[in-house]
Design a protein around this ligand. Structure first.
Ligand SMILES: [Zn+2]
Length: 257
């Protein structure tokens, strides 16, 4: 069994077929006992059940079109039961970009504090259409590197934007490493900054809609204002690296009152 720390709420980003494969592989790592063997070609009982979507501790949810609240009922039914110690249960939510705000609100209740042993894998080909409140609960894994052309522009850069979305603001060394890997041009930087601004614009609306605490609204508004100021001093002639480092260092931090 896999002993790595398991994060209970995850968002997998990438092409649909690729995500099916990556999710299967991830689940095999959780359940298959033949870790020495190449898990892809393992035909143990656990692996077979995973491949056939018949595993008793995994539920795949795939809406016909967009999610309805009814599609989520099974989560609340299942999660009512306490699991044995060390038992893991997974919900795989395909096409998470089609979760409406009503569905997302319902789902948030359980994502905020999943019952012990219960895990969620949300899959999407377009993370920018995932509601910010959901996104902020998830650990994002981007599998899209191989096919960025099929994805939303900013999705390709989620390794950078996730620092801001997940409030990962105390790791300048990691941030710089990511920055160096991406080698952003000035125009790419402006595109990305614009998509982060859009993200926070959405977030403000969302907080208002959900009548969320004033401090959340104020925070998102302060980030929105901060980023718009930065946009006015957009990078020129190859100063992108410095531009992003500045944003990272001075990015507003959320203070719980
Ligand atoms: Zn196996």
């Amino acid at each position: 069994m896999n002993t790595k720390i398991l994060i209970p709420t995850q968002l997998f980003v990438g092409r649909t077929e690729l995500l099916a494969e990556k999710t299967e592989q991830f689940l095999q790592e959780q359940f298959c006992k033949n870790q020495s063997q190449n898990i892809q070609s393992c035909y143990c009982n656990e692996c077979r059940k995973i491949k056939n979507h018949q595993h008793e501790f995994i539920v795949f949810i795939s809406p016909e079109k967009d999610y309805t609240v009814k599609d989520l009922d099974i989560i609340f039914e299942k999660a009512n039961f306490a699991l044995d110690q060390n038992q893991k249960f997974f919900f795989v939510l395909q096409k998470a970009q089609t979760l409406s705000s009503t569905c997302a609100n319902k789902l948030l209740k359980i994502l905020e504090e999943p019952p012990a042993g219960y895990n969620f894998i949300l899959q999407t080909n377009n993370p920018t259409s995932i509601l910010p409140t959901i996104l902020s609960r998830c650990h994002v894994t981007n599998f899209s590197n191989k096919n960025p052309e099929e994805l939303d522009y900013a999705a390709e850069y989620s390794s950078l934007t996730s620092f801001f979305y997940n409030q990962n603001l105390d790791n300048p060394a990691d941030f710089e490493k990511e920055l160096r890997k991406l080698e952003l041009s000035d125009s790419q930087s402006i595109e990305i900054l614009n998509s982060i601004i859009n993200f926070y614009a959405k977030k403000i609306l969302w907080h208002h809609e959900g009548k969320n605490p004033q401090e959340h609204i104020e925070y998102s508004e302060s980030v929105y204002k901060f980023l718009n100021e930065k946009l006015k001093k957009a990078p020129q002639s190859g100063s992108s690296g410095l531009f992003w480092k500045n944003i990272y260092i001075s990015f507003p931090k959320f203070a719980r009152k």
